[in-house]
Design a protein around this ligand. Sequence first.
Ligand SMILES: [Zn+2]
Length: 247
Amino acid sequence: MPLRETEALVLRTYRLGEADKIASLFTRQLGRLRAVAAGAQRPKSRYGGMLEPLSYIRLWIFERENRDLLRINSAELLESFFDMQKDYRLQVAAQFVAEVADRFLPEREVNDRAFRLVLAVLRTMKQSGETNRPLVYFDYWLLRLGGFLPDFGHCTSCGRGLADAPVYYAAGFEGLLCEDCRPPQAMLFTARERLARVVERCQATLSHWTGEEESAGDLREVRHFFEELIEAHLERKLVTRPLLDEV
Ligand SMILES: [Zn+2]
């Protein structure tokens, strides 16, 4: 059984029996995977608070041949995002990032850019207390790195150029829609200029964008559209998504 060392972000944990936990981890060197932490439910576990969701840890892990589940040998905490739990708005935003990463990233596929993205988004939210720009940046880059970013200039259904005509978006569709292709439940998308600005800002680093003094304005519509695209690709609703709009 080879012992591997990797950095990882804890996405979520589940109880396993009386004493153990299963952790869903986004590791830098091995991709997203699930691993057993023996004894992690015990009060004096050596994992302590390390396996809290969104902890940034270094871990040593046993790979087992032909086994889906790996086994954690030991871990050390590199950075905690636990303090974000004190602010419900930040907590929900962080949970959304964890849920999307957990569902969206393919298993056992190394993706260093996505790893750096999640870490940068969490750090920016923790340091600035802002969720707007970090979440939109996260959605944009996750879609783009996954190869799911649509062509915003054309209807995703019929391919017609959208120019200045009214455009729509709807659940289950992977891009913007024209008047003729929109289903009855489609919503009018009024933020095309803002979307163009978001795309432009996302070409630089997140800290560059959040460092701008000028406020980002209302990004809700762009964020809703990106969330629809993510759910369309996942073919399922995200549990944390409705919570974002409550806060
Ligand atoms: Zn169309």
